[in-house]
Design a protein around this ligand. Structure first.
Ligand SMILES: C[S@@+](CC[C@H](N)C(=O)[O-])C[C@H]1O[C@@H](n2cnc3c(N)ncnc32)[C@H](O)[C@@H]1O
Length: 261
């Protein structure tokens, strides 16, 4: 199950993808003109499009996702690229040929996977020897705020624990380094990058991002608060914290790269 599924998820992902400098991250981790690149769990395809610009006309890009709705948006947005295709596939069993990519990218998917090992093995399998595997992930999203009351901190951890029972890992970013080494990848490096920083009142994009997240997670998280009312009251308090003109809110990305032997 994809925990963030909601009617508004495609819009949230497009807004979020626009806000981050993924182009720089992809270049930093070695994507090159002419590469055959893969975007695993591509969502509505904005970063798949970025990859297509980076590999240029001599390269080729494949994006896959589980969600037919997001794939339809991705295909409609990117129909003008002759060297880009979208497929419906599961990250643990893509059906793609072995060794067929020079650069394999996945962002914000591993946090949802109960079985990260088989997903990473699959990404390594489809990458050619000498090719790159790159996973960009959150680490402690939602916890780095000041002022941040004990009640809000405790409520945020309560949500994280409820999601953990469904396979979600709030601290996945820090774990990928070890898991890359265990998967046999070489020259494993980790880059720490900003996800967002809001000094003062959060902007509309960040506010909507958290509203969508809280709404999508209600059915899983509310029981941990004893019901919807208490959960919604926590969410409202969190939104007030985001609106604080004196408050600082930030989140990081940990981007892990490794080379297939
Ligand atoms: C938070 S979105 C990230 C989308 C995009 N990578 C980005 O950076 O914005 C997570 C995506 O992973 C997809 N997903 C979740 N589990 C998956 C799986 N097992 N195989 C393939 N895609 C999956 C979801 O459908 C969703 O579109």
């Amino acid at each position: 199950m994809y925990l963030m599924e909601s009617a508004d998820e495609t819009r949230r992902l497009l807004a979020q993808q626009r806000a981050n400098d993924s182009r720089q991250v992809m270049m930093l981790t070695g994507v090159k003109p002419g590469d055959r690149a893969l975007d695993a769990g591509c969502g509505p395809g904005l970063l798949t499009e970025t990859l297509t610009h980076l590999v240029g006309p001599s390269g080729h890009v494949t994006g896959f996702d589980l969600s037919p709705e997001r794939l339809a948006v991705a295909r409609a947005r990117c129909a003008h690229f002759p060297n880009l295709r979208f497929l419906q596939a599961n990250i643990s069993d893509t059906g793609l040929p072995e060794g067929s990519f020079d650069y394999t990218w996945s962002q914000f998917v591993f946090q949802y996977l109960g079985d990260r090992k088989s997903a990473l093995e699959e990404l390594v399998r489809v990458t050619r020897p000498g090719g790159k595997v790159v996973v960009s992930e959150i680490d402690g999203l939602g916890l780095q705020n000041w002022p941040f009351s004990d009640a809000l901190h405790e409520g945020t951890l309560r949500i994280a624990n409820a999601l953990a029972t469904q396979g979600f890992d709030l601290y996945v970013g820090r774990k990928m380094h070890r898991e890359f080494i265990e998967a046999g990848l070489l020259e494993v490096r980790v880059h720490l990058l900003p996800f967002y920083v809001s000094a003062g009142e959060a902007d509309t994009r960040l506010v909507r991002d958290w509203e969508t997240r809280f709404a999508a997670l209600e059915s899983v998280a509310a029981p941990a608060f004893g019901g919807k009312e208490a959960y919604q009251s926590h969410c409202q308090e969190y939104m007030r914290m985001l609106a604080d003109p004196m408050g600082l809110k930030y989140a990081i990305l940990l981007v892990t790269e490794g080379t297939k032997p």
